[in-house]
Design a protein around this ligand. Sequence first.
Ligand SMILES: OC[C@H]1O[C@H](O[C@H]2O[C@H](CO)[C@@H](O)[C@H](O)[C@H]2O)[C@H](O)[C@@H](O)[C@@H]1O
Length: 942
Amino acid sequence: MLNDSSQSKKSHRRKSSVKVDPFESSDLYYGPITDPSNVNTSFGRLRTRSVITPKPKYHSFGNSLTSFSNDSEDNDSNSGSGRLSRANFHIHNDDDHDNHLESIINSKITGKEYSNNNHYLNLKNLRDLNKSSSSTNIPVISDSDNEINNHTDLESDVSDDNDDKDDLYAVSMKSHSTGSLVAESDIALSNENFAEPTEYGNTSIMKPKFKTSLKSKKLDSVKSTIFPNSTESSSTSSFKSNVPLPSTNTRGNSLIPNRDTFSPSPSPSTPTIRRRGSADMSSSTINSKRFFISDIDATLNELLTNEDTDQNCQITIDDKGPKVLKLGTANSAGFNQYDIRGTYMLSNLLQELTIAKRFGRKQMILDEARLNENPVSRLYRLITTSFWKNLTRQVTETSILEMAKDTKISSEGAKYPRIYIPYDEAEQFYYYSKISEKYDSFNLKVEYLPKIITDDYVKSINDYPGLLALAVRHKSDKYGDLEGYQYVVPGGRFNEQYGWDSYFETLGLLSCNILEPCIGMCENFIFEINHYGKILNANRSYYLCRSQPPFLTDMTLRIFDYMKEKSNNLDIDFLKRAFLAAIKEYNEVWTSYPRLDPITGLSTYHPSGKGIPPETEASHFISVLTPYCEKYELSFDELQEKYNNGLIEEPELDEYFLHDRAVRESGHDTSYRLEGICANLATIDLNCLLFKYEKDISFVIKTYFNNELEYNGSIETSEKWEKLAEIRRGLIDKYMWNEKNSLYYDYNIKIKGQSNYESVTAFYALWAGVCTPERAKILIENSLHKFEEFGGLVSGTKKSRGDLGVSKPSRQWDYPFAWAPHQILTWDGLKKYNRKDIAQRLSYRWLYLMTLSFVDFNGIVVEKYDATSERQPHKVEAEYGNQGSGFKGVATEGFGWVNASYLLGLKNLDILSKRALGMVTSPTDFFAKMNPTEKTKYGLAV
Ligand SMILES: OC[C@H]1O[C@H](O[C@H]2O[C@H](CO)[C@@H](O)[C@H](O)[C@H]2O)[C@H](O)[C@@H](O)[C@@H]1O
């Protein structure tokens, strides 16, 4: 905690060392430099104009209304073509102007609609709106005051706001290069900014507020923007914004709930030190204008016609439109028109209009702050308030009719929604049958699964795919009065609960205080283990034979610890049921035939199953099957059908598909690391995950069950599981560590040797805690660079992947592609071994990819990224393409684990990097311009 005098010294130092030119400050610039439309017209100029506008020329009240237009100067200042001197500007007060304006308008055209303006509103309408603002249902998207209240005390750092941050600040101020990143006033980031999302479960449409008295605030902020060294504005100190939290709590500890390090985040009422308003806020909220859009359809139409030149219903840097649209402000009765300029603002406009239209609105008031919102805040806000909600599923009487449909399979039998029920779940069968009867026009098929589910049975229902029943709870005591638990789906084509996705989604959800679906996903896993024998790849019938990477123990502990911290609730029953299920899974799935290799004692991905996986994209197996089509002179479809029905026998194909199923069980579908070989590999990732199971089970038995947990009639002890973990650690060291290359490799149990594919999953060894500190150091120092690319960690090295060609198409889990789970596990692993600095650097790289794509491509958040692409990393041409990109107008889901990675990655960033991210500063530029002290905080060599 800083004492008063040191605080004032620091703030003095900051003040005196900062100079902000509202026309040059990069703080006022949110557009990425990659956006060609922003190159000459920074947001800074555009947004500054909203604060300081050229004095309107009121030539004569009796003259044409067009004399109020500032268009020529506006365009000038917007385009940046001529540097307008400050002397030409006056501080413009919208309210005065409005009064003035209104009286003139009244005398001129009372009640008449202007037609000489694209978006002039009907003045009478506007007055009516103003009068009835409390009851009107005209939506205001992004009312800045409301938005502010939804978030937290933004303009403040936590009072003992770690010296670390202050030092960093001071250092960065001295840095010539990064100084620009830390201009006049920092976006004060406080832990409370990550308070529980208020809009989860609701829409973000807020009640309109007209004539908000922002006048004095505006003036203050204008003053502080123009004269940064002048006395601090009193009013700015109370402003808030929705800027994300720092990665650390007040003591610099990670806020990721973890049983080793978890400490509760400060309550929203923690006393804070208020800091002066930031340029970000003054321009994005305080002086924010409100636009009135009198005809949403027409505006959308105009916007898309002009700007969506490639006609994909998104406005991106690929579009070649004019990149500008005029909107009239609500306060000026449409007289003041402002350019909405550049891809980012226009695409935000498209998104806001689309949302309003989907809510059935015809007109709207739109706050400028929604259009030029700091992209980091915007993405954070969308994930926490909208994406999670849209990805959440829960079985109810009506939702099941939609949930049970599947778009991945196109057979006749897939036309109707279908649900399969475990043979011993009579009450669920009754429940779904009743729904089916009640909504008979939906044709919901309800079917029992057999007691013994064989590979042949699963293959036989491939053309009749269905959702698999999951855990339910009673709504009342009445038989059959049930409902499902909430769970989160990955998104895009993946509309069911997946195995390992659920773990990462849980981390993301907990990080923003959303608990319920996390519990639901855990309950579903317990149900799956007890009814289907394993945690399923996902709950569709064609996934019945295989699992996915196991994370249940850590997932349960994260949830358990979270509940313990938040509500002091020790849900021992939940913990016990989950850990008993995990022990069953460990014994019966991962350390049993055929997954256990009895020779080494290591485990492999090795599911059962028959035939060609029906859920893959149609073209996936072309390169593999073409030689057989030629051999049998059959079309692709004919060959598949005959092979699946056992009419063609090809042992080599059987072997190929055995490994293909294993690849899918590994979650890394697909990759040349695993193709044609996977079931023979004891992979480093699986064995690290099992080591973690062993450690977690040992910990839980000792800590919560007095070292005795009864399982299947015998007593499980902590020592037993500790010993299993130590054995596995020895096996991993023996078979997988390669001293010469300082890397862990998969071990091939058939050829009895290490694979030579360099996979980033080697870093799971850090996450699981397999490495000694010495080995961790060697691994990090000698091998991390092999995977670190511009935008984070690639799945494998280019050398390992080899050359691609017609017969060797690119695979999505190979170089140059990068996936959220790898980033998250490596960040956490690095932190475990005290390399928070590198975790920060890697997080920055990844978050940059996400933010850049989000800004330049209409708010996109996709399943995976190309970590080597500096301009359009979301464009991934491999296998089924990139999920999350096919939306119209506005992205509504993002992608589950990628959403999570954003929230978790932000927690690894300090203020400096959050600011740089908000300005979409490329990692290369950001790191290059750091001074030596800053570099150490990112693990960069000085
Ligand atoms: O449909 C093709 C494959 O799709 C899934 O795999 C991919 O998406 C999953 C959900 O996000 C993810 O868990 C997996 O790691 C991805 O590769 C599915 O899991 C596969 O079994 C399926 O064949």
